[in-house]
Write a new protein. Sequence first.
Length: 295
Amino acid sequence: MAKTRALRRRIRSVESISQVTRTMEMVSTSKLKRAQDRVVGARPYAQALAETIADLLSPELAERFPLLRQPEPPAKGGPKRTAVLLVTSNRGLAGAFNANLIRAAVQRERELVARGLEVDLLAVGKKGINYFKFTRRPLALARLDIGDRPTAQHATELAQPLIDRFEAGELASFDVVYARFQSALSTPPVVERILPIAAGRTDAPARRAANFIVKPGADELVGALLPLYVRNMVFRALVETAASEHGARRTAMKNATDNAGEMLDLLRRTYNRARQGQITQELAEIVGGAEALNG
């Protein structure tokens, strides 16, 4: 009797958890579509920016803009500090999503320290911030207010101080660690170098033409586009991580719901066998008692 009561309690517990995970899966599915639309909308703009800069740049122009210059190594008098921005989520229950991002950031920090650089860590998202608090690693910046609906203003607030420091010669580089949204099932962590900007970097073949007529001059356009490019790269990192979070959580909650269903099937079979054995035992006791009275 005690065994069947314990099984009933466990079945009710698993059913309750299954309802929660199914609900979270449905919520993440609805949010994923909107986040995915933002990613799809941001990518063409970023590609167009990169292509435009690649078309306008020349070796002579590249030397005039600090955001394009490769600093000297620390051993030769170059800046000794660098910045790494880690983008994670504010909530868990997304499988290994945040753990993979944190691991990539820690690995990047170790690589930079091995090159003789001092790393300023910037963290967006509660999970990354809590990890570095737990490990007693000081953060140069911690932002909890961005959430899963980042804006261009958020990207500007993150990027502009780093742009100013890089132009002033205080930073050797700026990297961002984020989750690239490939599909709901594939959200790999990515470490991407933002500063210095790689001249002519683009995802499409170069489209240089010899007969450009540029008004205002190419130097004015490039000077305006380079900071915009950096801010947009940070915005893309925020948007893609937000979409990846929903995709990872949906996958994790679907797996949890499926596992709960399998566990319920097993528990119900076990309960039915235990209940059947109990009924059989009670019948045997009744029959045995009746025979004893008749005898």
